[in-house]
Design a protein around this ligand. Structure first.
Ligand SMILES: Nc1nc2c(ncn2[C@@H]2O[C@H](COP(=O)(O)OP(=O)(O)O)[C@@H](O)[C@H]2O)c(=O)[nH]1
Ligand SMILES: [Mg+2]
Length: 321
């Protein structure tokens, strides 16, 4: 490891690696440079960080420079992943964004009240997921940037609501998506994103049997969550499911003899190995990796594992070099 780097540096570096937007990455790099002690041992690293910083700043100005407009749909990704709320008009997409995040979209009882995408951050336990509210899909007109927004999202939450027949609405939506070369089920030639269905305005379904029937039919297609943005019924389960769509796990590292910090998970794709985790913390840690101890669901407490151990949601990991 480079000489004398304080723990705060590694924390900033971790945030840098996880940052999803140019502005966040710039902020973290500036922090790393500020924290780093200045001496011969850090010369190379400092030069390297400066170079990265200037590259990122160039990126920033190229996109926002004179004569260029940032397209409205280009939402900077933040948090551990981005889920687009999509669906027909008036189903409550904007209401759900307002209920799940601190964003304040226009909510209106008339269709097409949402004209441009709006993002908000949803807190789920110890992570933040970005939700993007979008204009309705289903009219004759499709904004030219919409397919790109859908493609850029990590996952989709399809918002449906009574009294329209939700199955028919889902079929219409699948048709519109296919027109954009997109699909929510594996389809040859189409790009797929993981998706779930939100059956919103469930408070307006009086007959429990009607709701049960809707759910049964919709669940043949995709996981479906009955909720109400109005009464907040079902929102905790929905939050967990939205995070689940992203295919991520949270693991925690601890130094030998110390407690893990459960507020600062490493958020990793499923199937990540313990060696890959070490590499994300620091390349030297991966190089010098000998074994790890894991406290988790699939191990007995403190079990010794080798480099190819596949991490599980909730694992606490102690890396030994
Ligand atoms: N009863 C009830 N009304 C809702 C619910 N969610 C949204 N609404 C109403 O449905 C209308 C459309 O909501 P909005 O969020 O603008 O829908 P969007 O067009 O999909 O963004 C508004 O009048 C909301 O107050 C819900 O869960 N229950
Ligand atoms: Mg709306």
């Amino acid at each position: 490891m480079p000489a004398n780097l304080p723990p705060a540096y590694f924390e900033a570096e971790k945030r840098y690696r996880e940052a999803r937007s140019v502005s966040d990455k710039i902020r973290c790099l500036e922090e790393m440079l500020a924290i780093m002690p200045k001496h011969k041992g850090t010369d190379k690293l400092r030069a390297d960080l400066r170079r990265r910083l200037s590259q990122l700043r160039d990126l920033g100005t190229a996109r926002h420079g004179p004569g260029r407009r940032t397209p409205v749909y280009l939402i900077d990704k933040e948090g551990v992943g981005q889920v687009a709320l999509i669906g027909p008009p008036n189903t409550g997409k904007s209401s759900l964004l307002a209920a799940l995040t601190k964003a304040q979209p226009l909510i209106a009882p008339y269709p097409f009240s949402t004209r441009t995408p709006l993002a908000g951050m949803m807190r789920f336990e110890n992570v933040q997921v970005q939700l993007v509210d979008t204009p309705p899909l289903g009219g004759d007109f499709l904004e030219p940037w919409f397919p790109d927004l859908l493609r850029r999202a990590d996952a989709w939450a399809i918002v449906l609501a009574p009294p329209a027949d939700p199955i028919a609405e889902l079929d219409r939506l699948a048709h519109i998506l296919a027109g954009c070369q997109l699909a929510f089920t594996p389809t040859p030639g189409l790009t797929r994103r993981p998706a779930l269905i939100i059956l919103n305005q469930a408070d307006l379904i009086d007959d429990p049997e009607e709701e049960a029937l809707y759910l049964e039919l919709l669940r043949e297609r995709l996981p479906t969550y009955p909720v109400s943005a109005e009464t907040r019924r079902g929102l905790p389960e929905l939050k967990a499911a939205l995070f689940g769509l992203l295919g991520l796990i949270r693991v925690y590292t601890r130094a030998p003899g110390k407690a893990a910090n459960y507020n600062a998970p490493f958020v990793l794709p499923r199937e990540t190995t313990v060696l890959e985790l070490a590499g994300r913390i620091h390349h030297d840690l991966a190089r010098q990796f000998k074994f790890a101890r894991v406290w988790g669901q699939k191990t007995f407490p403190g079990q010794r594992v080798q480099r190819d151990y596949v991490l599980q949601e909730g694992d606490v990991v102690e890396i030994h070099t």
